[in-house]
Structure formats: structure tokens, C-alpha cells
Design a protein around this ligand. Sequence first.
Ligand code: PLP
Length: 439
Amino acid sequence: MATATESAHAALHARHLAVAPDWLATYYARPIELTHGEGRHVWDAEGTRYLDFFGGILTTMTAHALPEVTAAVTEQAGKILHSSTLYLSRQAVELAERIARLSGIPDARVFFTTSGTEANDTALLLATTYRRSNQVLALRNSYHGRSFTSIGITGNTAWSPTSLSPLQTLYVHGGVRSRGPYAHLTDAQFTAACVADLEDILGQANGTVAALIAEPVQGVGGFTSGPDGLLAAFKEVLDRHGILWITDEVQTGWGRTGDNFWGWQAHSGSGTPDILTFAKGVGNGMSMGGVVARAEVMNCLGANSISTFGGSPITTAAALANLGYLIDHDLQGNARRVGGLLKSRLTAITAGLGIVREVRGRGLMLGVELVEPGTDTPSAAAASAVLEAAREHGLLIGKGGLAGNVLRIAPPLSLTVAEAEEGAEALEAALKQAQAELE
Ligand code: PLP
């Protein structure tokens, strides 16, 4: 007999299915209703505690219910919730100054949005206007958002249902290193092949190309990236054609990759991007994103524009408190140290497991690619089985990849060594359980 809480959960799930679009992605056969969190843990409506190895969706950047962010939001909520970009906001100016400095982009201007999708839309609007062209380069297997234009530059076919985009998108190789036609090449050969692919596609373009948009590490694509040196080699070609470089830092920003504050900085010799987009973790879960661009590019629109909710007092207050905490506590350094330990542990525990093809990533952005046991065939079923089993062991993780076969591990950046160990043990048990089920 189902308990009262189980029945209440089943009823809520049925109501959700009756009103939600069929295409709305939801994890777990019996989805979790999260009610609260603290630090790196969350609780569901039935009182079960989980270690959160997905950080929302990389949105809980520092920690759940971080007192500093809660205090900033509560204080601001008691004053004014909204004032719009038509009026000055002290914390929006402070946050823009801080992000402009951190961005590394010279003479930077900042525009706040409410999501990563909207940030990328804005970046595309800027680049296409600046270059007077609707042709855009994107990487195969990319994910940049769910609006009409950002779907148009999303190369991950699992997430891009329409081909009616107003943009002409030209896809190039370079996001995925270990699969595809260039997988057998050395890093230098891989880079040369991707550059040749870029030159080839530019040769087929219809005149001016506006920009290349790229995630430094593909997020939804399964935490995968090209080798160091690839972006530098791309940049040399882009510069020759006057093509802008947009770096989509929605998943990779704020020190998540450990060694660098932004993902693009891991690619040595690449110079500075023209446009940078951010979202997800900046507000620790508040709905906030934005675009940074050189003034010349940002100011090319030449018409009035506002964002009604972008840069609102409450989201900017949260982001200032969150970024302050992140920097004061060197969470980038923590991501490097604890992420390094976690990667070594994951590599060790998965060594003899036939469903694991590869452990990869940097900092606290780690991917575990799964296959049908003992083969090289991607297995989405394995990823789903591991997610369900991990849940039973009190661990939440994400999944992604072109074939839906990559486990995505991206906890809040304050993860402790003990929690990393706790998560690794739970994941080991889940992987073994899933492998036994699939064999
Ligand atoms: N860009 C990247 C790299 C993303 O991973 C996402 C979301 O997952 C987006 C853009 C879209 O962001 P949002 O869901 O906030 O619109």
C-alpha cells in the first residue's frame, strides 16, 4: 500500500503530466520534488536527503541556501523588487563593473538578461548587426538555448527540433575530441583537421560570416572539448576574415573548470573573445544572465532597447553576494583541488567497469561516458540506469551527450573532500548496480 506521501507525489506527477509540454525534459521515472537545500545537499518532499552532484543545472554555484545570498535577497526583497533599466541601480552598476573587469575583454560593456538563452540571442543580435550578416559558425554537438535563434545555432540534434531558424548556421568540427572522424588523430593533427574543416566551410559561405559561437567545454554535449591550441588556431582564421568570436560561458564561467575563471582561458594563445555570454551560476539559482562585449560591438545596435527584468535589483543583489563569496573563498581553487581529487577517484573506481568508456573534464565539470558493457556503443540506457541507481544511493547527477550517454558531475564549487569521497562511493555503487542490470 502506498503511503500518504507517495500518493501525494503520484497525484502531483499526474497533474504535471497533464499540463506540461510533452517535450519538457524531466529526470527519473518517478521525478523528484525538491523542497529545500543546504550546502551541497538537497531534500525532497518525502524527506530524503541527497548529495547534489549537479548543482541544480550548474546553477547553484557556491552552495544551497548560502546565508550571504539569502541575506542579500531578503534585504533587497524588503526594499524594492523591481525598478527596470530605465532607472539607475547601484548594485547593477557594481555588478557590471565587476563582471567587466573579470571578463578580460578590453573596453567592456555589460548587458544583463534573465537567462543564458536570452544572453546568446543578444550576442547573435550584436554580431549579426555588427557584421551585417546572418551567417554564423557554430560547433557540431553544441547547445546554446531554446529560443528560435539559439536553437538555430544548437548542433545537438536531441535539443534542436526546428530547422526554420532565421540564421544560416555553418557547423564545424572541434567540440568533441574522442569520437567522430578525427578521433584517431593526435591533438596537433586534430587541430589541423578542424582548421581545414573551418576553412572549407568558409569557402562555401555566402559572403560575410558574422561570428563563431563556441562553448569552451560543451555542456549539454557531454562535458567535452577540443584540445588546447584549437581555439588559438581557429582565432587566427577568424581574424583573417574579420569574424567575431563569441564564447558561451553559460556552463564554464566563474571558475567551474578550476584552472581558469572562464573556460576560454584554458585555450592558450587564443587572444580575447569579442563577446562573452554568461548565466546559470552567477546568481546561485536566481534567473540571471548577460552579455559582455567590446564597446564598439555592444554599441552597434543604434536603437533603443531595454530588458524589463534583466539586471533587476534582486538578481543583481544575489549575484554580487554570490560572486563576492566565490572570490573571497577562492572557490575556483577549491574546484581545481577537489575536482582533481574527484577525477582521480572516478578514474580509479571505473577502471574495471565495462560500461565506462572515459572519465573526462576539468575542475568540477566532470563527465563519465557510458557504453553498452564491453563495447564502444554509446548507451543512453546505461546513463538512465546509473541516474536511478545513484538516486537510491542518495546522489543526484546529470546526464547529457549527443547520445544521452554521458554522466555529468557539476556540484556546487564549495564541495568538500569528504563530500567528494561520499559522492564517489555512491557513484561506484550505482555504476556497479547499473552494469549488473544491463549485462
Ligand atoms: N548555453 C549553454 C552552454 C547552456 O548550457 C545553456 C543551458 O543549459 C544555455 C546556453 C541556455 O541557458 P538557459 O537555459 O538559461 O536559457
